[in-house]
Design a protein around this ligand. Structure first.
Ligand SMILES: NC(=O)c1ccc[n+]([C@@H]2O[C@H](COP(=O)([O-])OP(=O)(O)OC[C@H]3O[C@@H](n4cnc5c(N)ncnc54)[C@H](O)[C@@H]3O)[C@@H](O)[C@H]2O)c1
Ligand SMILES: [Zn+2]
Length: 366
């Protein structure tokens, strides 16, 4: 088991990475015994999980002496305020008080929605993340960003609410559909490009079927991504500076998700297309070596990423218009994360509209 600390003073917590991490849920919750212990638990699980998984989580929580209310949700379209109201109403009906804990068992959708419900219920109760997708293990479960979408734009309502712990058990990825497993490598390649080039070398060794036969083999890679994210979060919890580099590829990625309709593309698929656009812009605007971006595009292609799936057509003008709804917009203009080279990223760049249009057209061309 690898422990990655997120050093945030009073809000510090650990991310546990390794086979068997999920089995520690009960012990971890039980450790908060005595007067400061949790009073009850809400288990918010993805409705698409193997049923045995949510049962095991519930058994562990009960074994730790907690009453458990169990709730379900699924899919990007459930990532909206109405779902948060449904969860909070159920918390109320179950009598959850301020000492209760929300356990999010699922991918980024469950983590973001359940985390946000925990952030706002009674003005904030504890939340513990048990990510079940590779994407959530490397990215969304860490860092405390929670929230929901508006119809027109992603993640526009939310709160920063750090979890009390994160349990990343690669074994849980075993039942994940191939498409979801592969989409996560969009974010993993991103870590390599913006922060930790060692991730790229490891990906090159593992190849496009990484983790398919043996999810435990992903453990070092997951830990490396967690450490990269933990460092950025610790230095910039509220995303006002360096943490923004994690949004590499997301200006176009988020715009694609909202214009195509939530759920059409996996988040990592949309981000991968966005990274190819941001890569071209990095060459044009920052003089990033073309070879660095070629390496990025080659790795993405290994995982079947970087292009729209067959049968999905996108309207470039609508995508560019949607970039102006991005959270990183200043004065109506999107601000881009660009690279000077692999490992040297910065946010806040303005890019002439024609240049963005031509980079997007180049990437969307068949
Ligand atoms: N908060 C953050 O910092 C942050 C960072 C990155 C992404 N996100 C958000 O995360 C979301 C995407 O999350 P995701 O990629 O994990 O997708 P997801 O949560 O939609 O899950 C993908 C699919 O996998 C299924 N599933 C989940 N775990 C499974 C398992 N172990 N076995 C079988 N099926 C399983 C789900 O039912 C779903 O159909 C997006 O909304 C994105 O905006 C948030
Ligand atoms: Zn992302």
């Amino acid at each position: 088991m690898i422990r990655v600390d997120v050093p945030l003073g009073a809000r510090a917590y650990s991310v546990w990475v390794g086979a068997g991490a999920f089995g520690r849920l009960g012990a971890l919750v039980g450790e908060r015994g005595g007067a400061s212990g949790f009073s009850a638990a809400a288990l918010v699980a993805d409705a698409g999980l193997p049923a045995a998984l949510a049962d095991r989580a519930q058994d562990q929580l009960r074994g730790a002496g907690l009453a458990v209310v169990r709730l379900e949700l699924r899919g990007e379209r459930a990532k909206r305020l109405a779902t948060v109201e449904r969860l909070c109403t159920a918390f109320r009906e179950a009598g959850l008080d301020r000492e209760a804990v929300v356990v999010a068992l699922g991918g980024g959708v469950v983590g973001d929605v359940a985390g946000f419900a925990a952030a706002v219920y009674l003005r904030g109760i504890a939340c513990l993340h048990c990510p079940t997708t590779l994407q959530a293990m490397v990215d969304s479960a860490i860092g405390g960003k929670t929230g929901v979408n508006l119809a027109a734009a992603k993640n526009q309502i939310g709160a920063v609410h750090q979890p009390v712990a994160v349990l990343c058990d690669p074994e849980l990825v075993r039942s994940l559909p191939r498409r979801d497993r592969r989409a996560a490598f969009g974010e993993i390649v991103k870590y390599g490009m913006v922060g930790d080039p060692a991730v790229l070398a490891r990906l090159g060794e593992l190849g496009g079927d990484a983790g398919a036969a043996d999810p435990a083999s992903l453990e070092p890679l997951i830990a490396r991504c967690c450490a990269c994210k933990a460092e950025l979060v610790a230095g910039d919890e509220h995303d006002q500076g360096r943490r923004a580099i994690l949004n590499y590829g997301h200006t176009i990625g988020h715009a694609l998700e909202s214009t195509l309709g939530y759920g059409r593309l996996r988040h990592g698929e949309a981000v991968a297309v966005g990274m190819r656009v941001a890569g071209r812009l990095s060459v044009a605007v920052r003089g990033c070596p073309a070879a660095d971006i070629a390496e990025q595009d080659r790795l993405l292609a290994d995982f079947g990423l970087g292009r729209l799936p067959r049968g999905v057509a996108a309207d470039p003008a609508a995508i560019l218009a949607a970039t102006r709804h991005d959270k990183k917009v200043v004065g109506g203009e999107p601000r881009w994360v660009l690279l000077d080279r692999i490992g040297a990223a910065r946010g806040g760049y303005r890019v002439p509209a024609e240049l963005a249009a031509s980079a997007l057209a180049g990437v969307l061309a068949p």
